[in-house]
Design a binder for this molecule. Structure first.
Ligand SMILES: Nc1ncnc2c1ncn2[C@@H]1O[C@H](COP(=O)(O)OP(=O)(O)OP(=O)(O)O)[C@@H](O)[C@H]1O
Length: 281
């Protein structure tokens, strides 16, 4: 680790000061999280931060820094090697460590933290409405989910979400016939139908044109303004500055910056991106 990176990774949390003036409900507390995929390489080192309701947190850093891994470990699609992910919920008195969950409990956690991806992950041959309803499967009994039986309440909620994102006219259209921006809006509906307290988005606009990028970012901001904590991996510092209330900078698997986007300096960006800084937009 170079000296600038070492210095920043020791004091990344000036954001805590900012939070003291804006009281918000804690949703997640990540403590000393570590992830290794194998014995030779540690991808995330000693990651610690809190997430709060209503925040829109951009995660930035160069390719291979560990951004996707972080989101996958939070969501439970990849297991943590060490550390804690404490979830705070109104239904429970004590925070719950979700980093060691398995089976049904893990599925329940995944439904509490919705996830969307760059490549949307829709079922191409199914219609839009069914794709959204698939988000309910983890909260439905095994038999019902096998036969894709959904309640009227589920359908009403799916329709309301599609309407909100201007996708209702496409409800009966196969997902494979949609544009990228439309697919991403369906993916967001599928994540939101689970009533998540946290929405994780892994490069959700990487494959979209500028107009659709703006639409999706506007939607994510609205979602956060409704009280959901949104954490989004982005390759564009411009978008982070325009949309995010907070930015976490990751370099070589360590958090080296955690603050308001307005405090991102050229020096920090240089440590984050190195030679790639000239390609930033
Ligand atoms: N399933 C895996 N098995 C082994 N190594 C992996 C796996 N997934 C990621 N890695 C490694 O972990 C490191 C971090 O990858 P990750 O995808 O988290 O980075 P990233 O910051 O999201 O990069 P990008 O911006 O290019 O998506 C890389 O060295 C990558 O090769």
């Amino acid at each position: 680790m170079n000296s600038a990176l070492a210095e920043l990774s020791e004091h990344p949390n000036s954001y805590q000061h900012h939070l003291n003036t804006v009281p918000k409900q804690k949703v997640l507390s990540v403590r000393n999280l570590r992830k290794s995929y194998n014995a030779h390489q540690t991808v995330l080192h000693d990651i610690s931060f809190d997430l709060h309701s209503g925040e829109m947190v951009g995660v930035i850093g160069r390719s291979g820094a560990g951004k996707s891994t972080l989101l996958h470990v939070l969501n439970g699609t990849h297991s943590a090697s060490a550390g804690e992910i404490l979830s705070f919920s109104d239904d429970e008195n004590e925070p719950r460590d979700v980093s060691r969950l398995k089976g049904r409990a893990l599925n329940q956690w995944r439904s509490q933290c919705g996830m969307i991806f760059q490549d949307f992950c829709l079922v191409p041959r199914l219609d839009v409405l069914t794709n959204v309803l698939l988000g309910r499967l983890s909260q439905t009994s095994t038999l019902k989910s096998l036969f894709k039986i959904f309640t009227d309440e589920d359908r009403a909620k799916a329709i309301a979400l599609l309407e909100w994102l201007n996708m209702l006219p496409h409800a009966l259209q196969r997902a494979e016939t949609l544009s990228g921006g439309q697919m991403q809006r369906v993916a967001i509906c599928r994540a939101l139908i689970q009533n998540p307290s946290l929405l994780l988005a892994d490069e959700p606009v990487a494959s979209l044109d500028p107009k659709n990028t703006q639409r999706i970012m506007d939607v994510l901001r609205e979602v956060s303004q409704q009280g959901i904590s949104v954490m989004v991996n982005l390759h564009s510092v411009e978008l982070v500055k325009e949309y995010c209330t907070r930015v976490i900078g990751v370099a070589q698997g360590r958090i080296i910056f955690d603050d308001h986007p307005s405090r991102l300096t050229q020096d920090v960006l240089h440590v984050l991106y190195g030679d790639e800084i000239s390609q930033l937009h």
